[in-house]
Design a protein around this ligand. Structure first.
Ligand code: HEC
Ligand code: HEC
Length: 372
């Protein structure tokens, strides 16, 4: 366990691939070690994470095996502290942030459902359905952008979105702030997290983002295989699947590193046959090449997060593999990296076994008791 004083990593304006490839040298690591402070966190479960350690002093934080602290995306103006994460957890589970008091972040990103809603598309206030599938909010701390189309840069920006999205939580920022203000029990939490009882949208977003950064999944069989060289971690089939994943099946063209994502956007052809296909990343960049392109998702905990893809249109991992074997769905914007694969039945099975080895060792946290 490392111990640092303050957790605060500047988000640089560099393109994701450059940053992903660049490894810090030893000197940089040492300097950063001095600037950063440490913490303790037992994986995604989070419940024991902040227990009685001197509040506000040292934050002990142990990343699960396989995750790298240097890549955590923590804005300079929102250092991660246990008090903020604790407040954020309450807000994350609190339906009073929504227009009619029925929908919380956890409604669509529930720990017991792998931080998704396990539905093709999500249902918000008044039973309204959206068009995209709720991604798993797991290891989001390491992603360079948020949403399927990457339209939010940070988790802070992201958190403000659903609160005022008419078909998600349907509220206004003012409405959400007023609901939180009306709950007297929140005052001490804001005091502890931010030094005063004032409730603002900015503080709500900062707290929720801090909580989300503690939702971590690692120590999977794959991590034990690669990090600890534990020869018994993967079955023989999963080992063959790993070779395929990195080799003939070409998955690491996009699903790279410990996040299993290049944080970039690709068109696999999913949903392109619809009457009005979701234009995806195009909405953000306006560039024709980005039509139908979506962010490469991380592949941890897939067993808990079905169905798959941005529109939830692929029900099983077997079908996902068949999609890649076909080379994606033909359309004018298909990513050039997509090619038909020559995999026999055993190889498909092996690849599936490997995907299953990416399950983290966390237990879903219990929803907290909300303040009155
Ligand atoms: C009604 C369901 C619903 C609710 C409520 C909801 N979300 Fe989401 N969330 C979604 C969907 C659907 C997406 C994908 C939308 C998109 O990409 O355009 C998403 C995307 C996200 C992402 C991006 C993840 C990624 O991998 O890009 C994060 C983080 C997130 N939500 C957190 C939250 C937080 C925090 C709240 C509460 C303030 C919240 N969500 C409330 C459905 C919901
Ligand atoms: C060209 C880049 C690229 C390659 C190559 C690639 N993927 Fe993907 N993968 C993506 C993108 C982008 C998505 C999301 C697409 C969408 O929703 O439209 C995705 C989605 C997935 C999903 C669904 C995850 C979820 O949470 O919904 C799985 C599983 C997956 N890929 C596994 C694989 C496997 C296995 C391989 C190798 C056979 C592979 N991918 C190759 C880019 C890629």
């Amino acid at each position: 366990m490392r111990q640092i004083d303050k957790v605060c990593v500047k988000i640089p304006a560099v393109s994701p691939p450059a940053r992903l490839k660049r490894r810090l040298n030893l000197k940089e690591r040492l300097i950063r070690g001095l600037i950063l402070i440490a913490f303790f966190l037992p994986g995604v479960s989070g419940d024991q994470a902040f227990s009685a350690e001197e509040p506000g002093k040292k934050f002990y934080f142990e990343l699960p095996l396989g995750l790298e602290q240097d890549y955590m995306q923590i804005p300079e103006d929102n250092p991660l502290t246990p008090e903020k994460a604790e407040l954020g957890k309450l807000l994350y589970f609190d339906p009073r942030l929504s227009k009619d008091g029925t929908v919380s972040c956890a409604t669509c990103h529930h720990p017991a459902k792998g931080f998704t809603d396990q539905a093709p598309v999500s249902t918000g206030v008044g039973g309204q359905k959206g068009t995209r599938s709720a991604p798993a909010v797991i290891n989001a701390a390491f992603m360079f952008s948020q949403f399927w189309d990457g339209r939010a840069r940070t988790l802070e920006d992201q958190a403000k979105g659903p609160i005022e999205n008419p078909i998600e939580m349907g509220n206004t920022h003012e409405g959400a702030v007023n609901s939180v203000k009306a709950v007297k029990g929140y005052a001490p939490y804001f005091q502890a997290a931010f030094g005063s009882e004032e409730v603002t949208m900015d503080r709500i977003a900062k707290a929720i983002a801090s909580f989300e950064r503690t939702v971590l999944s690692g120590n999977s069989a794959w991590d034990r295989h690669t990090q600890l060289k534990d020869a018994s971690a993967l079955s023989e089939s999963a080992k063959r699947g790993l070779s395929l994943f990195e080799g003939k099946a070409r998955c690491t063209q996009c699903h790279v590193g410990f996040t299993l994502s290049d944080s970039l956007f690709h068109n696999l052809g999913v949903g392109m046959a619809a009457k009005e296909p979701d234009s995806g990343r195009f909405k953000v960049t306006g560039q024709d090449k980005d039509r139908g392109a979506f962010k490469t998702p991380g592949l941890r905990d897939l067993i808990k997060t079905a169905p798959y893809m941005h529109d939830g249109s692929v029900a099983t991992l077997e079908e996902v593999i068949e999609l890649y074997v076909r080379g994606g769905e033909a359309n004018p914007w298909l990513d050039p990296k997509m090619r038909p694969l020559d995999l026999d039945t055993q190889e498909k099975r092996d690849l599936l076994e490997f995907l299953k080895s990416l399950e983290g060792d966390w237990q879903p946290m219990e929803p907290p008791t909300l303040p009155e």
